[in-house]
Design a protein around this ligand. Structure first.
Ligand code: AMP
Ligand code: MG
Length: 338
C-alpha cells in the first residue's frame, strides 16, 4: 500500500475524511501526539488499526469527537461531573472513560463495556472529525511499544506502507498523550494515565482526585489493572533509557562521566551545564517543556546512534508527572539512585 502524504489544506482534509468514510486508516495531528484514526463504529477498520500498530487486542482505543454534544452518541451514561469537566477542559487533552453505547463495538473498547472519549483542540483534528462525520477511534500513530509520534515524519517512519494516509499538521504542542480518567463514584476522579492536565488542575472539580498506583511502580504481569494500557511496555526508543535519581547536577555529571563511552549520551535540562566528553540532548526545564520534547528527543537519540542514555529525572508533581511516567515506562521502571 502506498501511504498518501497529505497537507493541512481543505482539499487534503476532505481527502482524508473520505478515506475514513471508506473504512481506511488515516494518521492525523492532535495537540497531544499524532493519532492513527479509523471510524470507531466499524469493526473491520478498528481491527486494521490494531494490526497496523501491532497493538494487543485488549488495549482499548480512545474515541475522538468534535463537539461536546456528541458525547451522548458514544457514552450510555454521562454523570454530572463528566459534563462539568467537559465544559472546563474540552477541547483539550483530557480523556474520560464512561459506559459505552452499542454503536461502539467491543474491538474498539478492547472488550470492555466502557469507552475513553476525548474532544481534541487541534483544528486539523476537529476539521477531520467534522468532515468525516465519524467518531474517530485513534491510538497514538506509532508501532506498539515505540515512542508516540509528534511529527508527520515520525508517523511515516513507523507506518509508511501500512496505512492509507498521513495528514501533516506540524509538530504537536503538548507532546505526551492525554490525561485519562475514570470516575469511581459521582465525586471521585481516578487518574489512569497522567497528562498535561494534572491532578492539581482536576482537584477543584471533585471531592477526591487520586493517581492510580501503577503510574509509580511496575505492576505484576498478571495483576488486574484499571486501564489495560498500564500493562504494556511503552514509549521506548531503541537506545537503553537510564534515568538517574541524583541529589544534584554535580553527582549526576560525575556518574555519567565515569560511565561514558561509545554510544553513551545524556538527556539534560536546558539549565544544566555541559558534561565534558559526553554528547548531550536537552528536553526543557518545566514539565510542559519536557512533555513537548521527550518523545521528539527519544527519536532523535535513536537517529544519532545513541545506545545508552542517562536522563535527568523530572519532578513528579503537576504536569511533570506525565513526563516522569513516560520516562519510567521507557526505562522499565529501572532507576539509578545515587
Ligand atoms: P493510546 O491509544 O496509545 O493513547 O492509549 C490509550 C490509553 O487509554 C491506554 O492506556 C488505554 O488503556 C486507556 N483507555 C482507553 N479506553 C479505556 C477504557 N475504556 N478503560 C480504561 N482505560 C482505557
Ligand atoms: Mg500509544
Amino acid at each position: 500500500m502506498r501511504t498518501e502524504f497529505l497537507h493541512d489544506t481543505p482539499e487534503d482534509i476532505a481527502r482524508a475524511a473520505s478515506l475514513l468514510q471508506n473504512g481506511e486508516l488515516v494518521a492525523f495531528p492532535t495537540e497531544t501526539v499524532y493519532g492513527l484514526g479509523a471510524d470507531a463504529r466499524r469493526e473491520d477498520s478498528v481491527r486494521a488499526v490494531f494490526a497496523a500498530k501491532g497493538r494487543p487486542a485488549d488495549n482499548p482505543l480512545i474515541v475522538h469527537i468534535a463537539e461536546i454534544s456528541q458525547i451522548g452518541d458514544i457514552a450510555a451514561e454521562i454523570p454530572e461531573i463528566a459534563l462539568r469537566l467537559a465544559d472546563a477542559f474540552w477541547p483539550g487533552p483530557l480523556t474520560m472513560v464512561l459506559p459505552k453505547r452499542d454503536c461502539i463495538p467491543m474491538v474498539t473498547s478492547g472488550g470492555l463495556d466502557t469507552v475513553g472519549i476525548r474532544m481534541p483542540s487541534h483544528p486539523v483534528a476537529r476539521a477531520l472529525i467534522r468532515e468525516s462525520g465519524c467518531p474517530i477511534a485513534a491510538p497514538s500513530a506509532n508501532r506498539s511499544g515505540k515512542p508516540s509520534p509528534t511529527t508527520a515524519r515520525h508517523v511515516m517512519d513507523d507506518m509508511d506502507g501500512r496505512i492509507a494516509a498521513v495528514l501533516d499538521g506540524g509538530l504537536c504542542e503538548v507532546g505526551v498523550e492525554s490525561t485519562v480518567i475514570c470516575f469511581d463514584d459521582a465525586d471521585t476522579i481516578h487518574i489512569l494515565r497522567p497528562g498535561l492536565i494534572s491532578k492539581e488542575d482536576l482537584e477543584p472539580y471533585a471531592s477526591r482526585v487520586y493517581v492510580d498506583k501503577a503510574i509509580y511502580e511496575q505492576i505484576a504481569p498478571d495483576a488486574k489493572v484499571a486501564s489495560p494500557g498500564m500493562k504494556y511496555k511503552h514509549y521506548s526508543p531503541d537506545a537503553k533509557i537510564l534515568p538517574i535519581d541524583a541529589p544534584d547536577f554535580e553527582s549526576f555529571a560525575a556518574y555519567v562521566q565515569a560511565h561514558s563511552g561509545e554510544g553513551v549520551y545524556c538527556l539534560l535540562f536546558d539549565a544544566d551545564p555541559e558534561i565534558p566528553g559526553v554528547p548531550a540532548m536537552r528536553y526543557g526545564d518545566s514539565g510542559a517543556q519536557q512533555a513537548h520534547f521527550l518523545f521528539l528527543r527519544f527519536r532523535e537519540l535513536d537517529e544519532a546512534g545513541a545506545k545508552t542514555v542517562y536522563v535527568r529525572m523530572p519532578r513528579q508533581d503537576g504536569a511533570d508527572l506525565s513526563v516522569y511516567n513516560r520516562l519510567m515506562r521507557a526505562a522499565g521502571f529501572e532507576v539509578i539512585r545515587i
